[in-house]
Ligand binder design. Structure first.
Ligand code: ZN
Length: 280
């Protein structure tokens, strides 16, 4: 698991028996939702608009022009540098997760176009060990920025993560500096970086590339921060304000620049890119 459970501070919704697979219980309103309908609705609850995590491949599909995406670095896979085992050995966890999630790591990266504008794009997969960042996620994100520089393209990253990957220990933490240095190189090249924050984006990822976008776009009610609300509440022993660390709270406090519904993210990002890259 990732180091922080982003929703740890929320009381669990009342339990209802929901058969898995066909029906999904909404994390926002606890209503049972028909899985196929939820998928058709871009994984947004039709009743309360709660934005469920979106798979990396679906996110890419939603962002870029059809047929324009060219994946890079799909073959870069992690190594078990620490010979780490928690409930199971790390290599087995990776293999099982890859099979379940349908991707080999917690981020999918490549080049594509958005309404004809070339972008270097990355989308994180929360279903892959909580979207945690280890050596491969860090490397693929750094290369995403580098491809932006090399091809003179803006960078768009859709973030969703519980933080650093504890199975890679200090190697995970090194990715914070590495990804931020890569983001700085993009800025030095005069190219914009747009970050899309989805629920949840926490800890090591929020403490690195997810918090240094030129414009920070968030999906509604996404939890974002370094430590989660439960940890903060227990540390400072104070009640936290309502909606603490959610998109709307972060917008009010200046961290988030704008909130957009999932169906509007693409057009919002395209508009922002047009504003930030005047025709040469
Ligand atoms: Zn709902």
């Amino acid at each position: 698991m990732a180091e922080t459970n982003g929703n740890a501070g929320e009381p669990p919704p009342p339990k209802t028996k929901v058969p898995s697979g066909v029906w999904v219980k909404c994390k926002g309103c606890a209503e049972p939702l028909f899985a196929a309908e939820l998928e058709r609705n871009l994984m947004v609850c039709p009743k309360c608009e709660y934005h469920f995590p979106l798979s990396a491949n679906k996110r890419i599909e939603l962002l870029v022009d059809e047929g324009s995406f060219e994946e890079y670095d799909a073959e870069v896979v992690p190594v078990d540098v620490l010979n780490f085992a928690d409930k199971k050995p790390y290599p087995r966890r990776l293999a099982e997760t890859a099979k379940k999630a349908g991707v080999k790591e917690a981020v999918v990266t490549g080049l594509g176009t958005m309404e004809g504008i070339g972008v270097s794009v990355a989308a994180m997969e929360f279903g892959f060990i909580g979207g945690s960042m280890g050596s491969v996620v860090g490397e693929k994100i750094a290369r995403t920025f580098q491809r932006g520089v090399d091809h003179r393209r803006p960078v768009v990253i859709a973030a969703a993560s519980g933080g650093a990957r504890m199975q890679e220990g200090v190697v995970s933490l090194m990715q914070l500096g590495k990804t931020n240095a890569a983001a700085a190189a993009l800025a030095d090249a005069g190219l914009p970086y747009l970050v899309i924050i989805s629920d949840p984006t926490m800890a090591g990822v929020m403490a690195s590339y997810a918090s240094v976008g030129d414009v920070t776009v968030a999906e509604p009610a996404a939890l974002m921060g370094f430590a989660g609300p439960r940890v903060i509440r227990e540390t400072i022993r104070q009640e936290l304000p309502p909606g603490f660390q959610r998109s709307e709270f972060q917008l009010e406090h200046g961290f988030v620049d704008l909130i957009a519904h999932r169906r509007d993210i693409r057009s919002v990002v395209v508009q922002l890119i047009r504003l930030l890259t005047p025709a040469s």
